[in-house]
Design a protein around this ligand. Sequence first.
Ligand code: ATP
Ligand code: MG
Length: 275
Amino acid sequence: MVRPLTDPTSTDLIPTGTPLLEFDRVGLQYQVDGKPRRIIEEISLSIQPSEFVSFVGPSGCGKTSILRMISGLSPAPIGEIRLRGDRIHKPLKNVGIAFQNPVLLPWRNTLNNVLLPLEVVQPYKREFRQKLPQFTQMAQDLLETVGLQDFQKQLPWQLSGGMRQRASLCRALIHQPEILLLDEPFGALDAFTREEMWVMLQNLWMRAKCVGLLITHDLREAVFLSDTVYVMSPRPSSIIHTLQINLPRPRTLDMYLTDEFNHLVADIRRHIHRS
Ligand SMILES: Nc1ncnc2c1ncn2[C@@H]1O[C@H](COP(=O)(O)OP(=O)(O)OP(=O)(O)O)[C@@H](O)[C@H]1O
Ligand SMILES: [Mg+2]
């Protein structure tokens, strides 16, 4: 399995070790009109530290629900998800989350939106005033990585959609989470901007060395960013295909014109259509 690398030019394989996250026969059902409706039949899988994984599958198969279960906002009701061996049963502190809609606070400038998690999440909250210069530097470094160094003082309405999403990714990473949850983060962007965002997200994630967990409907996006792609069946869902993506990192936009890349995308598409 390929892990993000400190040296982005290296393509060494790092052996798999103890998983960071484990899904152990995870299932999900809701009561709809008084009757149980099964959403997820059963999922078991492991995610290694610093692995980037994507989940793709039809609408309603439970992808967003998976992120909610990992975050601990809605712990798995059937089976369990474990973080370093401990069942996730309450909201985790050490996760960063980015959704399709960036939801930046409109009265805060870019820099202060990025700093927000440090103001509200312990242990950073406790030392926020005292360490503000250091935290500001961390935020500025992240903003520089995504090309927003000259937009720190702008308010959200003064940014383009792509810029807002870049700021939101920086905000999701500022407290150095060990898990980054991304729910169709680029779904609202045009195709050209979206492709630029893939490169930026890859850079951010390689720097952060956290687990990346992406939900997307864009199969090329899944292949471009992931070490592993999980294909889900329609509801009641399970994992019907697991694909390892061994393309070297850092990946470039030229790669997705190659036969190798297109074969991987076609393989995922075939499994989705078969389900
Ligand atoms: N709180 C809830 N109560 C009842 N049903 C729910 C609840 N939350 C989600 N569902 C149902 O669970 C199913 C899975 O929802 P989820 O949002 O996880 O799907 P998804 O795979 O993310 O879909 P999409 O690709 O459209 O975003 C849907 O049928 C949805 O209606
Ligand atoms: Mg969803």
